[in-house]
Design a protein around this ligand. Structure first.
Ligand code: ARG
Length: 458
């Protein structure tokens, strides 16, 4: 049989494969609440402007409310023959209230309808993401506060570089997730325009009031160009871009947790709640959650590339290609939410092994820069020469298999005669971090100030 919605021009129904490739109901049913909300606002505006009678509006409202509870109670029968969420709901409305249902789609197209529904879904997801990121940042702030004085090695090239504190390292992630949070908030400002009323692409001749529906649906204003409105998915691309960047941050953190929790590093121990054992090796405690966060990031960046690729060849305005926007965004959103939640749990629960961190911080001649800086400050050497002298001290220590602080004063004096006892005070890891008082540096008091600043932001 031909289609209820456009049967006029069609003599027969679709091939089964046509239905398979075309139907989106299996995934876009997620948009039911947005779809009904949009239709309620539209019907109300149609009555207010006199385009439909208030009697028909009342029937439509009543029918849509019934459908909402049918879907929410699991009693709604979704049909693939009816293609998508919009037509499933409209068909049911017509079963429930008869001909009045046919007036709902006046001055509207599925093109502006889907643009609206999806935009509202992404808007809600952005709110959720903001909350999730706030929680993750909060978890880091707590750990940073606890460990503002805990010395660990800082790395470049994954080679021991200079001592830092674990608190300072945590605050690096606070900065990263803080940027993600502000990015997602920025996206909200651009998303804040209502597509409803753009109709198929050209607008409509009916005297609709787009400002009315925009306000009712929580948007600041209607979109300004009907062609752009039905062909724009920037709000989804922005969400995915933000998600991909945030995923990248989560993945770097996951990678660090994997490394830190090895017996070789021994910087942290994951809680039982966020690790798994091995079925054969009884000693194992594996960082599976961190590994999965690292891996799932691929799905998120994949979703961004997929949607960019869908959009890049599309002439204006709407093309059915755009139906492929939803699964990518739904999957990325779900994945991101899960990854943020898992990381929040891992960070809150992990045990910091202060001794392991401190021992590693002191190895690898991590205070060599402090020695060079001392030579600049106390002996008046140019930094390049101080660097050279220190390099020779490191070579000597390496040859003897000892730390810089274990080199006798005479040997240091041989390298440069102005060295005195005072030099030993800068060779400890604690002295090293305490000296890094420049703004943004790792000195514990600095870190505490940064924590206070961030707490005031949240
Ligand atoms: N299911 C469609 C989508 O997701 C709804 C819009 C369909 N519009 C159309 N002209 N075929 O994009």
């Amino acid at each position: 049989s031909s289609n209820k919605m456009w049967g006029g021009r069609f003599a027969s129904g679709p091939d089964a494969i046509m239905e398979d490739i075309n139907a989106s109901i299996d995934f876009d049913r997620k948009l039911y609440a947005e779809d009904i909300r949009g239709s309620l606002a539209h019907a109300d505006m149609l009555a207010t402007t006199g385009i439909i009678s208030s009697d028909d509006r009342d029937k439509i409202v009543q029918g849509l409310n019934t459908i909402m509870s049918e879907i929410e109670s699991g009693g709604f029968e979704f049909s693939r023959r009816l293609e998508d969420i919009h037509m499933n709901i409209e068909a049911r409305l017509s079963d429930l209230i008869g001909p009045a249902a046919g007036r709902l789609h006046t001055a509207r197209s599925r093109n502006d309808q889907v643009a609206l529904d999806f935009r509202m879904w992404v808007r809600a997801e952005i709110e959720k993401t903001q909350t999730a990121l706030t929680n993750l940042i909060g978890a880091f702030l707590n750990r940073a506060e606890e460990h503002a004085d805990t010395v660990m090695p800082g790395f470049t090239h994954l080679q021991t570089a200079q001592p830092v504190t674990f608190g300072h390292h945590c605050m690096a992630y606070v900065e990263m997730f803080g940027r993600d949070r502000s990015r997602v908030r920025d996206a909200l400002a651009r998303l804040d325009e209502c597509p409803l009323g753009a109709a198929a692409l050209a607008g409509t001749g009916f005297p609709i009031d787009r400002h009315n529906t925009a306000g009712a649906l929580g948007f600041s204003a209607p979109t300004r160009n009907s062609i752009d409105t039905v062909s724009d998915r920037d709000f989804a691309l922005e969400f995915l871009s933000m998600a991909a960047i945030c995923g990248t941050h989560l993945s770097r953190l996951a990678e660090e947790i994997v490394i830190w929790s090895t017996p070789q590093f021994g910087f942290v121990r994951l809680s039982d709640a966020f690790s798994t054992g091995s079925s054969i090796m009884p000693q194992k405690k594996n960082p599976d959650a961190a590994e999965l966060v690292r891996a799932k990031t691929g799905r998120i960046s994949g979703a961004l590339i997929a949607l960019l690729t869908v959009m890049k060849g599309l002439p204006l305005a709407y093309s059915k290609d755009m139906q492929e926007d939803k699964e990518q965004v739904f999957d990325a959103a779900e994945t991101l939410e899960l990854a943020i939640a898992a990381m929040t749990g891992m960070i809150s629960d992990l045990k910091v092994l202060n001794d392991g961190m401190k021992a590693a911080a002191g190895s690898g001649y991590s205070t060599a820069t402090d020695l060079a800086d001392w030579l600049v400050r106390e002996a008046g050497l140019p930094f390049r020469e101080a660097h050279h002298v220190t390099g020779r001290a490191v070579a000597l220590a390496e040859e003897r298999g000892c730390d810089l602080a274990d080199l006798p004063l005479e040997d240091l004096r041989d390298l440069n005669p102005s060295v005195n006892e005072g030099v030993y005070s800068v060779l400890t890891v604690e002295a090293s971090v305490a000296s890094r008082t420049s703004f943004g540096g790792t000195a514990p008091d600095n870190v505490r100030e940064q924590i206070a600043w961030w707490r005031a932001q949240l």
